[in-house]
Design a protein around this ligand. Structure first.
Ligand SMILES: Nc1ncnc2c1ncn2[C@@H]1O[C@H](COP(=O)(O)OP(=O)(O)OP(=O)(O)O)[C@@H](O)[C@H]1O
Ligand SMILES: [Mg+2]
Length: 124
């Protein structure tokens, strides 16, 4: 199991979410974050003095999947998040020891994403 942690521009998210859902990967988390990359800050003027703004808003996506689905998730993120401009973001791939579905106590990769046999009402 791996956690894909991606920092992207907000605009790319809806297309990524739809494509992942179509690929059988409905489960993920998002967080609004602020971060900095390698580029120098943007200089802004505030009350007459120059300020360098180092932090830019980004969206963090966290998605834990079976190893076999890592390529699908990364390719989907790259497809929509890459504009070729600086600040497109970054993807980290992190090893995950185990996962537990709290409701049932099941463990392992089978709890991560959707199973065709089991349709859950939306939003749950
Ligand atoms: N090493 C890192 N650790 C944690 N978060 C990071 C790291 N690198 C980037 N981020 C997050 O990703 C966001 C986007 O990074 P960004 O795309 O600017 O990276 P970069 O290396 O400067 O590449 P680029 O040249 O395309 O701008 C950052 O604002 C930050 O939230
Ligand atoms: Mg950058």
């Amino acid at each position: 199991m791996k956690k894909i942690e991606a920092f992207i521009r907000h605009e790319a998210f809806e297309s990524i979410r739809k494509d992942l859902l179509d690929s059988g990967i409905p489960s993920l988390s998002i967080t609004d974050v602020k971060g900095s990359g390698r580029q120098k800050g943007i200089t802004e003027s505030y009350r007459g003095s120059e300020l360098v703004i180092h932090l830019r808003p980004k969206l963090k996506i966290e998605c834990v999947v079976d190893d076999s689905e890592v390529t699908t998730v990364c390719d989907t993120i790259l497809k929509y998040a890459r504009t070729g401009e600086v600040g497109d973001g970054k993807i980290f791939i992190i090893g995950v020891e185990d996962a537990i579905r709290i409701r049932t106590g099941e463990r392992g990769a089978s709890v991560l994403q959707s199973h065709e046999a089991e349709e859950i009402p939306s939003g749950v």
